[in-house]
Write a protein that binds this ligand. Structure first.
Ligand code: HBI
Ligand code: FE
Length: 289
């Protein structure tokens, strides 16, 4: 996830200055491990043929195959060799500047806790399943690994220029809710989707949402919702194209954005590459699953 109402300002008791905490893997209960297994098994029924190859490959490379909540130390042995990334445990949401600093140093902050058994479908704050199952497999891909680091590096700059809102939309519509075009059709790479059973199906198969070609400035202008399925998904041609479009200097982009209006979520522009013009029937009916 990427956008939240309240975040504490100083690390809670027991957390380090960079907000990390021990994962304390030994302390997870059987019920907590079982929650991971249930979520994992649900996702594996829907993701083959829907999630992109890089995601499925990352699951294999990290052996994230449903034995329970993974030990970060074990993940890191494999992940660090692959792309130099590591996973660190945090209590939950961390302030933006702390989040960016971790990403810029190839550390992914993952929630240490797991959702309760009666919250399998929806959680407010990112837990270990969303963060590790959803985000970490993509960090095994060298191109995506560089993209995430570049995002962290750009964070401080966007903050100082007052453009964080715009940069956060890029994260939302790529890292969290991104789709990719492949010869076999559209595929999911966004962590917010691959960690949700219902949205994994909705984002590709429902006639409601718009599916539009990714365009950096267009995405940075587009509002988003954090409480329900997305009304628009942006489609990248490839991870390489995403990295290339986003590793240039954003100074000029930010200058131009200052003179434009934010775009309502359901907007389709004449300049958009339209994969699907959605009916928006789901949102019109009130949404919420
Ligand atoms: N903290 N743990 C955690 N996870 C996030 O995804 C996160 C965060 N803090 C801030 C944040 N995301 C976003 O608001 C930034 O991407 C802008
Ligand atoms: Fe997330």
């Amino acid at each position: 996830m990427g956008d939240f109402a309240h975040v504490f300002e100083t690390p809670p008791p027991g957390a380090a200055a960079d907000w990390t905490i021990p994962q304390n893997w030994e302390a997870y209960t059987e019920v907590e491990h079982q929650t991971w297994v249930s979520l994992y098994e649900r996702q594996m029924k829907v993701l083959p043929g829907r999630a992109c190859d890089a995601f499925m490959k990352g699951l294999d490379q990290l052996d994230l195959h449903g034995q329970g909540i993974p030990d970060f130390a074990r993940i890191n042995e494999a992940l660090e060799k692959l792309t130099g990334w590591t996973v660190v445990a945090v209590p939950g949401l961390v302030p933006d500047d702390v989040f960016f600093d971790h990403l810029a140093n190839r550390r992914f902050p993952a929630g240490q806790f797991i959702r309760l058994p009666d919250q399998l479908d929806y959680i407010q704050e990112p837990d270990v399943f969303h963060d590790v199952f959803g985000h970490v497999p993509m960090l095994c891909d060298p191109v995506f690994a560089d993209y995430m680091q570049a995002y962290g590096q750009g964070g401080a700059r966007a903050q100082s220029l007052g453009m964080l809102k715009n940069l956060a939309r890029l994260y939302w519509y790529t890292v969290e809710f991104g789709l990719m075009e492949t010869p076999e059709g559209l595929r999911i790479y966004g962590a917010g989707i691959v960690s949700s059973k219902t949205e994994s199906i909705f984002c590709l198969e429902d006639p409601s949402p718009n599916r539009l070609g990714f365009d950096l400035e267009r995405v940075m202008r587009t509002l988003y919702r954090i409480d329900d399925f997305q009304q628009v998904y942006f489609v990248i041609p490839s991870l390489e194209a995403l990295l290339e479009e986003t590793t240039r200097d954003f100074g000029g982009v930010y200058e131009r954005l200052k003179g434009t209006e934010d775009l309502p979520i359901e907007t389709v522009l004449p300049t958009d590459k339209v994969y699907t013009r959605g009916t928006q029937a789901y949102a019109a009916a009130g949404g919420r699953f």
